[in-house]
Structures are given as C-alpha cells and as structure tokens.
Write a protein that binds this ligand. Structure first.
Ligand code: PLP
Length: 407
C-alpha cells in the first residue's frame, strides 16, 4: 500500500488543480459595450434588461428580476409574498445566512426543518411538522446542487396554502423530474457571487410566473418607487430598498448565461465520475442524489464514517486534493449571533421578541439533530468546470488511498 503523503509518502497529485477561469472574451465584449454606451444605470440601459429577458426565457418563466446578490434575490421573494410581521418562515438549517437575512428584515422568524438522514436536504416530514398558524412560506435550499424532494414539498405547500421559495444559489440548470429547480416552487432565487455556476462576482436574480409577485419585486428592489420615470411629485408604493443591478454586472451576467449549461454539465460529469470511483470504498458515502433529481455539484460532498474527519481531510490535502471538512461547520442557527443571541435591531431583538410574534423561539444545539450530526462528517471537494476527467480521477484515487491507509 502506498504510504500517505501526510506520513512522508508520494502525493497522488503534485500538479495544482486547474484554477477556475469563468471569464473570457464574451464578458470583455459585453462589458466594453456597456462602458462605451457611457451609461451604467440599468433603467435606460439594455444589458440588465436583456439579461432578465434571456434568463426568464432560458428558464421558461414569465418574469426574472435582477438584483445585487443571492441575499437580495431571496429578500425580493419574501417581500413579494408580503408576510405579516411575526410570521414564521420554514427554512433549511444548513445554508448561507443570505437564505434567512431577508426574512428577518421583513419582520419574520425563521423556523428550521431538519434534514432527511443521508440527504443533506430538508426533510418534507420535518417541514410539515413545523407548520403552525403563523407560517407564511417555506424556503427550500438545494444544497451543493442536489435538488430537494420537491414533489413532497410542493404537496405540503399546496395542502397548507403556503408559497414555496426555492433557494437555487447553488443549483443552476439543475433538473428535478424534468423541470429545473427554481421553476417548481412559486419563486426561484439565484446568486451570482464569484463561486456560483453563473457568476458576475456579485449579483442575483429571482424568477416567478406570478405577475403580482413580479410587480412587487420590481418595486421592492427600487425603493418602492412607483412613479419612477415620471417627473413631478414622487410616489413610493411601500418600503423598499435599492437592490438594482448595474449595467456592468448585467453585461457579465449576459455573457455568463450563454455558458452556464456547459458549466453545470461538466461539473455533473466530474461529480458522477467521482461517485462511480468511490462508491465501493468502505467508510465512504458518495454525494447523495435525490430520486428524480440530477446533481449540479456546486461542491462535491461526501461522508466519511469510521475515520476522524479532520484527519481524513488533512491526509487528503497532503495528497494534493482541494478538500474541506464540515462545510459551514454548524447549522446556520448556531453560526450567527443574529439568530443565536437575536442581535438584530438596537437592543430589541426584533422580530423575535415582538408582540407581532408573541411566541418564544430559541436557536440552540439539538434543534436539527440530523443536520448537526451529519454536517460534522461532510467532506467537500472544490471541483470546478475547468477540471478534466483526469483531475477527477486523481481526486477519487486520493480518497481511496487515504481511506485504505486509515482503515
Ligand atoms: C444557498 C445559498 N443561499 C444564499 C446565498 C447568498 O448569496 P449571496 O452571497 O450572493 O448574497 C448563498 C451564497 O453563498 C448560498 O450558497
């Protein structure tokens, strides 16, 4: 058996893995056009407008509303639904804070539904168990690029007349039973932050077929400015923010839209190859894929059992593999003081302690035991579309080498 690199052996991989290079001549052309137009403001411009039209068309949806981040894209969705302050919104326990920040700003309280064991995604049964008379919506997260169990979740949403918001920040062009995630629920939300399948460094987009939601989102991202474009006394329909995308971001996003399906297809190929190579290794569980779903591998997640995860990842890194352990480390409710200690507005703790809510909620260890336990064993490979299949083979070979040595 080859000696582990961490113990002084030859590493599986000495050459660095390909760095992601998402931008090229197409982005330069689009950005140059935007700059040459001498206007970077979306309203009179055409880049953001075209991006919204093309995104909606690609997704076969009526409306796409561009904004500044995934966080804003989700905030738009919550503002569109316009929940009463003190409402509860059911959310995923393992995610970025951007999934829940907007709903807290809208005066709502996140309630976390635990994972299905082994799935790294929300359990529909746990979602239903957490529905109360105060529930206003469900936000699902297709974590790592693996679709949630959308049939079951939509059934629950419809049964309880609750809108379903899909956080697709990690799951572009990701089919579930013939439909891309983001088109199954009532609203789909995407991030264009640097690491995402489609990136402009920062940015966001929200899609829907609901005209009323789309109207509210368009206003919300522009301070609620109803009379925009007309001179005279201004009219602001309701409280909103400035989440407008600018033309430079729109230009990059437009070019990226042409590439995103290839990006996702390559990541899928790499991820499936790794699964095929590691599925027989004792103590290794490859990335789960939801029945009826197709994984777009924003990251490649796998579980290790029987070895200390930290030691496994240390050995894998010494083999030259870009791997990390534990993803966010803890569920989001244990990571953020905005939830754990309710540090929100001044010393108030609003909305958690507001009379609108009128209940008590604590975010503490044990809230989602499956997610808490499984997260500590999740290892992720930072694959990207610039990897070749030979790179994926090296990653898989290193996982095998480490597992066999440590066993
Ligand atoms: C699942 C998920 N939701 C929301 C967000 C927030 O996106 P952004 O960082 O663009 O605000 C991210 C990004 O990290 C994410 O991965």
């Amino acid at each position: 058996m080859d000696k582990l690199a961490v113990d002084g052996g030859q590493p599986v991989r000495e050459k660095p893995f390909p760095r992601r290079t998402p931008f090229g001549t197409e982005e330069i052309k689009q950005v140059t056009e935007a700059i040459e137009s001498q206007n970077l403001f979306a309203l009179p411009g055409n880049k953001v407008k075209r991006f919204e039209e093309d995104f909606a068309n690609k997704y076969g949806m009526e409306y796409a509303i561009a904004s500044t981040s995934g966080t804003s894209a989700i905030h738009l969705a919550v503002a569109a639904i316009n929940p009463e302050p003190g409402s509860e919104i059911i959310a995923a326990p393992v995610t970025d804070y951007g999934t829940v920040a907007g709903l807290i700003y809208q005066g709502c309280v996140p309630v976390f539904a635990d994972w299905t064991p082994g799935a790294f995604n929300m359990d529909p049964g746990q979602i239903e168990r957490n529905i109360t008379g105060k529930t206003a919506a469900i936000i699902v997260v297709h974590l790592f690029g693996n679709p949630c169990d959308m049939d079951a979740i939509m059934k629950i949403g419809r049964k309880h007349k609750l809108p379903v918001i899909e956080d697709c920040c990690q799951a572009y062009c990701t089919p579930y039973k013939g439909k891309w995630v983001g088109t199954i629920g009532d609203i789909g939300c995407f991030s264009m932050q640097q690491s995402k399948h489609l990136t402009a460094g920062e940015g966001g987009v929200t899609i829907t077929n609901n005209a009323d939601y789309a109207m509210r989102m368009g206003l919300f991202k522009d301070k609620g400015w109803e009379s925009r474009g007309r001179w005279g006394p201004r009219a602001y329909a309701f409280l909103g923010l400035n989440y407008r995308m600018n033309e430079l971001t729109g230009a990059v996003a437009l070019a990226q839209l042409q590439k995103v399906e290839n990006v996702v297809a390559q990541r899928h190929t790499l991820g499936e190859l790794i699964t095929g190579r590691i599925k027989d290794i004792k103590g290794i569980t490859p990335a789960p894929v939801t029945p009826g779903g197709w994984h777009s591998y924003w990251l490649y997640p796998f579980t290790i059992t029987g070895f200390p995860a930290e030691r496994f990842v240390e050995a894998l890194k010494a083999e030259g593999i870009p791997a990390n352990w534990g993803y966010t480390g803890k569920p989001i409710y244990l990571c953020t003081e905005g939830l754990k200690k309710k540090r929100t507005f001044g010393s108030s703790g609003y909305p958690f302690d507001s009379p609108y809510y009128g209940k008590k909620i604590e975010y503490e260890e044990g809230l989602c035991p499956v997610a808490e336990k499984e997260l500590s064993r999740v290892t992720t490979l930072e694959l990207n579309e610039d990897w070749t299949t030979a790179d994926a083979e090296d990653a898989a070979a290193a996982i095998r080498k480490v597992a066999e040595n440590l066993k």
